[in-house]
Design a protein around this ligand. Structure first.
Ligand code: MG
Length: 486
């Protein structure tokens, strides 16, 4: 049994109060469905490349961080003291928002509320009272939120970091902020944000990252075999396949050689590089252009997209016209929920699969006895508090332990307290299915239909008996406790 304080009076809770939450562990290799979808209807499989077919090791983040930090010092005249900072692997999580003007990194929920305890200035948390004073509460108005693609352009003060490549960017921003504050240097956060963004972009655009990865591929690419196995399985089942990536051909070619082998192009019916997603899905004006294996650009007009040839740029409207691959027979996989999947779902009617590598770690944590126990307590306490209408009890419990177990600074990618995060909300809107890695497909046959679990809406009563005991036992125990304390 446990001892808790209520209005400074000790109350004894018995173990029996805790509802039995079945510790059914979730297999991290499951494919989860937001929307019903059958692989039976899927004839054509499309893929993004980075973090979808090629998964990178942590070494790549360290590399991006170091190069961008050095660019800041060399090209933007930032202090050399920054050399003392190194990439902090477990500092940030994907999906966080950054207030460009206030230089604050934070987690925001599906209703635009900032989760207190997850607001960081530099490398240190900002006290709750200060956050509340700055934002006049915790709510961020729609016009200040990041734009549709997560960007902070056109007067939006928030930027959302949705890319896995943005982990080193968040880490670098936080380190530079930390340095400036530590040394009492007066700086303009807007300039800092822009400079860091440019430095990170240069790492990609100027080809520094591509060359480094190509030179030492084993150091940077992991998970190769599974992607190969998936592509082989699809090909054996007569599925059509294509690749649409923003990366340049040389880089993709080197990686795919490593993952699949020299004849990787045999697996794909169409290969598009430097596609410039999300522009690719929206801008009808950009024509496709042939690229030779030597990287030379040809000027002839493209009348069909041929197997074994490489195309760059182009746009989806042209792609649909040339291939006839329209509607729900096409399933496209990507790790960037906005750039890869949003437009396809909203405008073009392809089915979408999100690759969320973080799922594996979070599911493993959720399967631990410690987590199951903690959730059971939290459920029971929440029920109790709803009855008693006091908030104090739950505050400490929910704000620390349940968050820290995932990431000490920002918690889970998917939840803030009870609510889904802003990331989760958009994941459930834009992805028909989601999974930790493309290899999860190996566990299903191509006749499989995915059904989203029917979770009760707030006004619906739960159908399944295992949901109800929690409510009942809390209420009955509560009435007894109340009677005693009255
Ligand atoms: Mg990607």
């Amino acid at each position: 049994s446990y001892l808790l304080l209520f209005r400074d009076q000790p109350i004894l809770f018995f173990q029996g109060l805790i509802p039995a939450i079945a510790a059914n562990s979730v297999n991290p290799d499951t494919i989860f469905a937001n929307n019903e979808m059958s692989l039976r209807d899927t004839e054509i499989y499309g893929f993004d490349y980075d973090y979808t077919l090629a998964f990178y090791s942590r070494n790549l983040h360290t590399l991006i961080f170091n190069i961008a930090r050095d660019i800041l010092i060399t090209n933007h005249r930032y202090p050399e003291g920054l050399l003392n900072y190194e990439y902090i692997p477990n500092f940030a999580v994907r999906g966080l928002h950054y207030d460009v003007q206030k230089a604050l990194l934070m987690k925001i929920d599906a209703f635009h509320y900032i989760q207190l305890g997850t607001v960081y200035r530099g490398l240190h948390p900002v006290p709750d009272e200060e956050v509340i004073a700055m934002y006049d509460g915790c709510h961020v108005p729609l016009e200040n939120m990041s734009d549709f693609y997560g960007k902070s352009s056109h007067g939006h003060t928030m930027k959302q970091f949705m890319d896995i490549f943005s982990l080193p960017e968040m880490s670098l921003l936080s380190c530079v902020n930390d340095f400036f504050m530590r040394h009492n240097i007066d700086y303009e956060p807007v300039h800092l944000y822009k400079d860091v963004k440019e430095a990170i972009r240069d790492v990609h655009v100027k080809g520094i990252m591509y060359r480094a990865v190509e030179a030492d591929i084993e150091k940077y690419i992991c998970y190769g075999e599974q992607s190969h196995a998936v592509l082989k399985k699809l090909s054996e089942h007569g599925k059509k396949m294509f690749l649409i990536t923003n990366s340049p051909f040389d880089f993709v070619d080197r990686g795919m050689n490593y993952i699949v082998g020299k004849d990787w192009q045999d697996l794909f019916d169409v290969v598009i590089v430097q596609a410039d997603k999300p522009g690719f899905f929206n801008d009808r004006r950009k024509p496709f252009r042939r690229v030779t294996d030597k990287g030379a650009l040809l000027w002839d007009r493209i009348h069909k997209l041929e197997k074994g040839k490489i195309y760059k740029q182009g746009n989806l409207y042209e792609f649909l016209r040339l291939t006839g691959w329209t509607g729900s027979k096409v399933l496209y996989f990507g790790d960037h929920i906005y750039s890869d999947l949003a437009d396809l779902t909203l405008k073009h009617g392809w089915r979408t699969g999100a690759i969320i590598p973080e799922l594996r770690k979070e599911i493993k944590i959720m399967n631990t006895e410690q987590y199951v126990h903690m959730m059971a307590w939290l459920q029971a306490l929440t029920g109790l508090i709803e009855q008693m209408q006091v908030r104090r009890l739950i505050k400490t419990f929910r704000s620390h332990e349940t968050k820290d177990i995932f990431n000490p600074q920002f918690g889970s990618l998917f939840r803030t307290y009870h609510n889904p995060t802003y990331f989760s909300r958009r994941l459930s809107r834009f992805a028909d299915i989601y999974m930790a890695s493309i290899s999860c497909l190996l566990n299903y046959d191509f006749q499989h239909t995915f059904f989203p679990r029917r979770t009760p809406l707030q006004h619906e009563s739960p159908f399944w008996p295992e949901h109800s005991p929690a409510g009942i036992s809390v209420t009955s125990q509560l009435s007894r406790t109340k009677a005693e304390s009255d």
